[in-house]
Design a binder for this molecule. Sequence first.
Ligand SMILES: [Zn+2]
Length: 323
Amino acid sequence: MRMLITLIWSIILVGCSQIEEPKRQIAFTFDDGPRTSGPIFEGEDRTEALIRSLDKADIKSVWFFVTTNNIDRENNNGDARLKRYMEAGHQLANHSHSHMWFNKTDTDAYIADMDKARDLLANYGETRPYYRYPYLDEGRSVEKRDAMVAALAERGMFNGYVTVDTYDWHMDALLGEALKAGHDVNMDMLRETYVNSLVQSVEFYDNIAQEVLWRSPKHVLLLHENDLAAMFIGDLAQALRDKGWEIISPEEAFRDDIAKYVPKTLFLGQGRISAIADDKGMAREDLVHERENEDFLRAEFIEKGLLPQAEVKPEAEPSAETP
Ligand SMILES: [Zn+2]
């Protein structure tokens, strides 16, 4: 009898293991491009490196949320670079003209800045009608928030929200700081730190999603058009695939039902999943990942030998480097 039960149990277990779990899905988006030279690459070389890395990783479509006043910056070759991204099969969307902070800007001026970017992007043919708020600041008062929601709707545009907020931009700045200080940066350690940090953020927000939605939504990962991405995006894709993730296009990701969700909260700076979780009453301190913190990342870089132990005076935060 016992043998029979064991046999039946084994058959059930084998059967279950063969039911394939649906893959969790995530899309990559890059903000602030075409950015000027970074710690490793001139802008033009970064664009070519990023296109090559995406191609090699078999990532067919990513979106670049363009900050249009970067296009004509000196020696930036921004116009040609945006065309290169499109030729490579990727898409452009709106990240404003001058990367204003909504809570520090008059609503009319803010909307005019978005429109200016929209007009400039019209030069590139078919771009995506999505707007990504600089600093993910969707308005800190009901009036401001609702004014932009209405402005987007009037224009037939959509909120290019993220589900996974990251501080990849700060890791890129820390690399710049290390190289400027003449520090010998171990690139393998840097790769590992970048990849692990982002994978942890992805898992963090997916866990919250599963708690509040009872499912893994199609995710939208916030990245920046920076040197770390150009070097390591293939490694990030591989690490995610190893954990059962599928890389999908942003077009597909924005078809998830959460795209239709209109958050009631003003707690919007960590992306859509956090906003939904806040609406459902989860504690706010549980909705921000520890890596969304400049001091945490600095300490980690020092601990891993990616920054010198000695006190390095942090540079002032340049506006183009910020999310
Ligand atoms: Zn930005």
